[in-house]
Design a protein around this ligand. Structure first.
Ligand code: HEC
Length: 167
């Protein structure tokens, strides 16, 4: 029995040490979240909603939206719909396809798309949205619409929030 006491003592110390470091770990984590959040609030004095509304009709915003639809599906911004699944094209090809889509309504991305973008669009997307992007007989959304439907809905949603005094 006597020989057991030292090993029990060591075990006790080990459990205590483990408990202590575990606790510190959690406290550290909370501290990082808080300071990042505070920094974020300090940096963004302009309310996010107004900032997003200002960018809403830029080519960059539309490009980002199309890239997200290609990657994750048409169920963006939590709107109803979502009938187009994500993943028709690889995430790597998404930006150039998005720029090609924008070019169909005369818009231009900052970085020009590579020549194969047209081929990707026609073979992957053209079957539903038409090679000219105008949708096939109205059954699929017109990708040359300005603004795109999702962006129009986003604008309504954000303006509605401002109207309700959320900012
Ligand atoms: C199988 C048919 C199909 C294919 C293939 C397809 N889409 Fe779609 N797409 C749809 C449908 C249907 C919707 C509308 C979904 C909804 O209302 O939620 C849509 C919606 C979209 C939207 C949103 C339009 C808007 O006005 O907001 C974009 C952008 C889009 N597609 C781009 C693409 C691109 C780029 C490709 C090729 C990588 C592609 N789609 C391939 C059927 C398709």
């Amino acid at each position: 029995m006597k020989s057991l006491i030292p090993s029990l003592l060591i075990l006790l110390i080990l459990v205590f040490a483990l408990f202590k470091t575990g606790g510190q770990h959690i406290r550290k984590k909370q501290k990082t979240v808080n300071s990042t959040y505070l920094e974020h609030v300090r940096k963004h004095k302009t309310p996010h909603i107004r900032e997003e509304l200002r960018k809403l009709h830029t080519v960059a915003y539309a490009k980002n939206y199309i890239v997200n639809v290609i990657k994750y599906g048409s169920h963006q911004f939590d709107f109803k719909g979502g009938e187009m699944e994500g993943g028709f094209a690889s995430p790597n090809d998404a930006p150039k396809i998005a720029c090609y889509v924008l070019s169909l309504s005369g818009k231009q991305c900052k970085t020009p798309y590579s020549k194969d973008a047209a081929m990707f669009y026609t073979s992957i997307c053209g079957g539903c949205h038409g090679n000219d992007g105008k949708g096939l007989g109205g059954a699929y959304p017109n990708l040359t619409r300005d603004p795109l439907l999702g962006i129009e809905r986003r604008e309504e949603f954000l303006k509605n929030l401002l109207h309700k005094g959320v900012h």
